[in-house]
Design a protein around this ligand. Structure first.
Ligand code: PEP
Ligand code: MN
Length: 338
């Protein structure tokens, strides 16, 4: 339900509606606008009767909202959301954001080397996994807190904010402590208890789309984060499972404009996991810019053959530097800066 108060409503009337919504056991979300104030209602399991609210003083109209992602959708908040990562750096504010770095933090030397290279090439954010969700329990699982400390050191040296993945409540606490953006990976997109915890944080969350998730399911996962109060959510399309086997996943670029139409949240693209094949990452990163994504997250490794995770999709730093130049030029046509 969206309750609309006219432009001349009083503070008492607004407070009265908020109190009524709370008294009914629902959660009010005040949305100030040019032509009055709206109050979004969440927490109701079934449809609400608009007359319950339209009879309250100051209320112009109460509009039922049937979508299950009220906060992530555009009914409650229509303008695009820009998510601030660090002072002066936001995703979804007319700038194309490039996040880059190794799949995994493997050592201090490896991460610092790659961090310097991606910084020099023009990346805005350093990526690196300290907690890795591996298909095999015998594969490299990440350096844990030690890896996060290395990322923090790389940030101190390069000035690049850091994005890193959390797998569970314990790693979430650590990632929150060291990183600037918390990544919830594809495999955890529907880990609802983890989403609830991440929703309580005052740091941005990069929410990857699940391996077989529909856009609706993805937005409902974003809703979990928003419902807990975290407004800084960045969506990230990273490829889905299809019958097509020539790449690791099928990067669903359709999902970018689809999600952007349904949601005000910024949408990034991960062409590294989306293709899983090094020489496909550049063309798909370009395509991500062309389709209107707000940025890309790219795996870069200077010694991909030695990489402990995702070597086959890692891009050498010099190819990454060229890609950034191309993305800059594309901005001239597409209307963004980088
Ligand atoms: C990653 O970013 O390294 C990662 C594991 O991503 P995803 O969750 O998209 O597979
Ligand atoms: Mn990876």
């Amino acid at each position: 339900m969206l309750i609309i108060l006219g432009p001349d409503h009083s503070k008492e009337q607004l407070d009265g509606v908020v109190a009524r919504v709370s008294a009914l056991g629902y959660k009010p979300h005040i949305i100030p606008g040019e032509h009055g104030t709206a109050i979004g209602v969440t927490g109701n399991a079934g449809p609400l009767d608009p007359r319950v609210f339209e009879s309250l003083p100051g209320v112009k109209q109460a509009i039922p909202v049937t979508k299950s992602y009220k906060l992530a959708g555009r009914d409650f908040k229509s303008p695009d959301t820009a998510v601030e990562i660090s002072p002066g750096l936001s995703v979804g504010a007319g700038r194309f954001i490039v996040m880059a770095g190794p799949c995994a933090v493997e050592s201090r030397e490896q991460t610092l080397r790659i961090a310097r290279l991606v910084k020099k090439a023009g990346a805005h954010v350093l990526r690196g996994g300290a907690f890795k969700p591996r298909t095999s329990p015998y594969a490299f699982q990440g350096l844990g807190e030690e890896g996060l400390k290395i990322l923090a050191e790389a940030r101190a040296e390069t000035g690049l904010p850091v994005v890193s993945e959390a797998l569970d409540p314990a790693s979430l606490e650590l990632v929150y402590k060291y990183a600037d953006v918390v990544q919830i990976g594809a495999r955890n997109m529907q880990n609802f208890s983890l989403l609830r915890e991440a929703g309580k944080l005052d740091k941005p969350v990069l929410l990857k789309r699940g391996l077989s998730a529909t856009v609706d399911e993805w937005l409902q996962s974003a809703e979990y984060l928003l419902a807990e109060g975290n407004a800084r959510i960045i969506l990230c399309e990273r490829g889905i499972r299809t019958f097509s086997s020539h790449t690791r996943n099928t990067l669903d670029l359709n999902a970018v404009p689809v999600a952007q139409k349904l949601s005000h949240l910024p949408v990034m693209v991960d062409p590294s996991h989306g293709t899983g094949v090094r020489d496909k990452v550049v063309p798909l990163a370009r395509a991500a810019a062309a389709v209107g994504a707000h940025g890309v997250i790219i795996e870069v490794h200077d010694r991909p053959d030695e990489a402990l995770c995702d070597g086959p999709q890692a891009m050498p730093p010099e190819v990454f530097a060229e890609l950034v130049e191309t993305l800059k030029k594309l901005g001239g046509v597409l209307g963004y800066t980088l």
